[in-house]
Ligand binder design. Structure first.
Ligand code: MN
Length: 272
């Protein structure tokens, strides 16, 4: 679990370093250094070294959107657009977003320009699957991190889940993210004294069900109190990513007892 925390910390540090990092560009000098040294210097040192580097005023991701919009609007769909599409991808623009951006540009700049841009964008985002985009889109709408794949408990889950530690002191709190249809097995939180679990819906739509009772919908802000000794499961709804905070209520000799998975038949009954 400590490793998960370090991962999260490392991610934040990397972003901070990136925010201060100067954009280094040598394309001008590489391609035009001898033929047009002044143009090369303006390109590398001023356009990239100064303007692109002012990330405290406007981030790289936004600058990428401005740049590709400008290029496509002028009908520039050569290797310079490919370069800027690639850097837009590096700056965090997803496959779903670039499709939306170019569709939008098409109405203002012209249909054939959008067609030409799509041919290049398809190549740049060729390896990205729609599934990865859905995860990125879910993360953008959520204040807590998705974290790392929940490999430690994968055997007790149907589908893919992710864990991010939120608090490791006083009360342990994790943000648990479920892909659509993902849910944990039937389980019981045990304790000799105290114990149990609280869930707080963070993003998307999910379910909580106690054995023998109807399932309860969890939406952002929904609070669920799970007493010790009650057999239950929690997870995403069929058509939605879902995240909840899992708060371990302190107690004596706390443990979780895992049982069989929630079958598709049981799960699909909730969506009829
Ligand atoms: Mn539970």
């Amino acid at each position: 679990m400590n490793r998960l925390f370090l991962f999260a910390l490392f991610g934040i540090l990397t972003i901070n370093v990136m925010a201060q990092k100067k954009t280094v560009q040598t394309a001008g000098r590489d391609q035009l250094g001898e033929f047009a040294p002044k143009f090369a210097q303006l390109n590398d040192d001023v356009l990239f070294g100064e303007v692109w580097s002012r990330t405290d005023r406007l981030g790289l991701r936004d600058r990428s959107i401005v740049t590709i919009t400008s290029l496509i609007s002028q009908g520039i769909t050569d290797s310079s657009l490919t370069y800027h599409l690639q850097s837009a991808k590096n700056n965090g623009i997803t496959r779903t977003e670039i499709a939306e951006i170019i569709t939008h540009i098409g109405f203002y700049a012209g249909w054939p320009k959008a067609w030409a841009a799509f041919r290049l964008a398809k190549e740049v985002w060729s390896e990205d699957t729609a599934g990865e985009d859905a995860k990125a889109a879910f993360q953008r709408g959520m204040i807590f991190p998705i974290g790392e794949p929940n490999t430690a408990y994968a055997e007790y889950f149907t589908g893919n889940s992710y864990l991010a530690p939120i608090s490791r002191e006083q009360v342990s709190v994790f943000n648990v993210t479920f892909e659509p249809r993902c849910r944990n097995n039937w389980h019981i939180h045990n304790a000799v004294k105290g114990g149990g679990q609280m869930l707080v819906g963070v993003a998307g739509r999910g379910w909580y069900q106690e054995e023998g009772k109807p399932a309860v919908e969890i939406l952002p802000g929904t609070v669920v109190h799970i007493p010790v000794g009650v057999r239950h499961w929690h997870g995403a709804a069929s058509g939605s990513w879902f995240a909840h905070l899992a708060i371990e209520v302190p107690g004596e000799s706390t443990s979780t007892q895992w049982f069989e998975p929630v079958t598709d038949e049981e799960y699909d009954r909730l969506h009829k």
